[in-house]
Design a protein around this ligand. Structure first.
Ligand code: NAP
Length: 368
């Protein structure tokens, strides 16, 4: 059995002492979720709503502490499981006892849960979250973003963790439509296209970013699952930093890399002076492609910070429908709450987890 002190040994953020007073513990594990993650607010709002004596904490875990933390968490009384985010989505896999077939296919785990007999099982709920956010009615909306993906021509940008989950999920939905993948590193998109085509039988192909721009006009749905457009400074770990916020994911993005300094205004001045030509070219190429799109083309971004990426802003200003990544985040969390991490604990407390789904979605969306 481990204690809160045993967990704390592997964390960079402090866990408040009253965490030990809760019967159940879950969390979100990454390099620094305590600084940005919306998950604790969403999950804790759901625990309060349902009346479960549980808490969800950010776990800031450095790569060298990952194995130690997983061991300590496994032995912590009432540990339910954890979300997993950058940079641990792959590294966590050999530390778990079992990987769900969908997560194995995607090649990344974004959630693991502890079973009643103490086994740790890894899942990937990003795929369910993306599809649910597009096809189910989100809180505050009167109808789903799209009635169906069947028969649609879909362009997916990005072949990292979220891109891989999205590719398999979208390929399963398009039926006699098609899925075209593109990514900065073309080989990753080509490899993924082959895997998704074999796994689903759908028409999935890959093309270079430059060529994708030429066929955007023929697409029904454009989905960004790359980090391009995400807010803030991106530290590269060598004293240098960059930013992708000013770029549209639809066109090649080549931001300058400059010394991170104190991360304040002087970084941004130097970075912007070195990047503005690349920003202008990227934005112009993206806008030109969007202007040629079908009038009813729909744009979806997995990125949820900022609320509106450059891609979505251009699409909205051109009169196209847009959806940001908040719905995906909420839907994957609600799916994990009801079907995975919390399910057996809800049942033990006398709840029917399936009957709670809509309420959990509402509360998590409000807590976002
Ligand atoms: P990741 O595994 O690190 O992948 C990053 C992706 O972005 C890769 O496809 C990478 O291309 C691409 N990329 C990075 N810099 C680029 C540049 N300058 N130009 C073009 N492409 C570039 O990250 P991830 O986990 O997939 O996450 C991607 C985004 O999705 C993040 O913003 C994340 O917050 C968001 N996300 C949202 C949800 C949600 O629930 N809403 C869930 C998961 C992820 P290369 O392959 O060439 O490196």
């Amino acid at each position: 059995m481990s204690t809160l002190d045993d967990l704390q040994r592997y964390l960079d953020n402090p866990l408040p002492a009253d965490v030990a007073e809760r019967s159940l513990l879950s969390g979100s594990m990454g390099e620094s979720p305590s600084k940005y993650s919306r998950s604790p607010a969403m999950w804790n709002a759901a625990f309060r709503e349902i009346g479960l004596d549980a808490v969800h904490m950010p776990f800031d875990v450095r790569p060298e502490n990952l194995a130690g933390f997983v061991d300590a968490a496994r032995a912590y009384p009432g540990f339910m499981g954890s979300n997993v985010t950058v940079p641990h989505k792959l590294a966590i896999m050999p530390l778990l006892d079992e990987i769900d077939p969908i997560a194995r296919e995607i090649g990344a785990v974004n959630t693991f849960m502890q079973t009643a007999d103490g086994r740790l099982v890894g899942f990937n709920t990003d795929a369910d979250g993306l599809i649910a956010s597009m096809l189910r009615t989100l809180p505050g909306e009167s109808e789903p973003f799209l009635p169906t993906l069947s028969g649609k021509r879909v362009l997916l940008l990005g072949a990292g963790g979220a891109g891989r989950a999205s590719a398999f999920a979208l390929a399963k939905q398009v039926s006699d439509g098609s899925l075209l993948l593109t990514n900065r590193s073309l080989e990753r998109a080509e490899e993924l296209a082959k895997q998704a085509a074999v796994a689903t039988g759908a028409k999935v192909t890959a093309t270079a970013q430059e060529l994708a721009l030429d066929v955007v006009w023929s697409m029904d749905v454009i989905v960004n699952a790359s980090t391009v457009g995400q807010s803030g400074m991106r530290r590269l770990g060598n004293g240098e930093a960059t930013s992708l916020e000013a770029f549209s994911s639809l066109a090649p993005a080549a931001p300058a890399v400059v010394p991170e300094g104190d991360g304040g205004a002087s970084f941004w001045r130097e970075w912007f002076a070195a990047s503005f030509k690349a920003i202008a070219e990227n934005n112009a190429r993206s806008a030109a492609a969007i202007a040629m799109c079908k009038p009813d083309a729909a744009f979806v971004d997995a990125v949820y910070s900022p609320d509106e990426t450059v891609l979505l802003r251009q699409a909205r200003l051109s009169g196209r429908k847009t959806l940001n990544g908040k719905g995906m985040l909420v839907m994957q969390a609600a799916f994990s709450f009801v079907n995975r991490m919390t399910r057996r604990h809800l049942q033990a407390a006398g709840h029917d987890p399936d009957a709670l789904y809509d309420r959990v979605v509402e509360v998590m969306a409000a807590g976002f």
